[in-house]
Design a protein around this ligand. Sequence first.
Ligand SMILES: [Zn+2]
Length: 215
Amino acid sequence: MNKQIQPYHYNFIRKQAHILLQAHLSVNDKNTIKTLQAVVLEKINAQFGNKYEEFQPLLTGFLEAATSKPRLEQYLEGVKEAVIPFDPPSKQQLTKLFKKTKKLKIPDWETLDLRDYTFYSWNDSGKQQKFIVATIDGQFVGVQGSISPTVQKGICPICHETSEVALFMSKVKESGDGMYTKRGNYICYDSDRCNHNIERRAELEDFIKNVAFTR
Ligand SMILES: [Zn+2]
């Protein structure tokens, strides 16, 4: 299958499929199921936007797959084949993104399934620091800040799910005068979870722009 969807598209399909599966397991009324199927398909197509026709082959077998857990898992494995993996920065690019950090922990990209990542982020728990790498308009952007070790339940502004969030404080350089302001946001402590949940890029980009760029 051609690589054609983003990791967050995959998450969207997976979550919608699980909504349908849940309904199949708990609702007996055929009409209710039919209505829900239509709603779910419409949501997925809306998510694909103007590429919706191109993505139709991916939805072949979707409704049947969402009737049982083993079928669904098999179907999702197939869909995953079409996911474009996160393109990681080289070591050189990464050190440039975080040039003020001594002993930067370099992620071991080889051991990761990069199809799981819309962005990449890791915690250096010894330093209580979080590092985030994302692409905005085709350029790598790196954001670094302190991450509180205490978590609480809250809605993460990146993935928009209720999860275990922690206070992330980043320094943002204000225009021209070399002054910094601090911005604090409660975001997922575990960024692998965050990547598992994320269904759109817009909020990620807003977040990165807000914490990374001068205004
Ligand atoms: Zn999150």
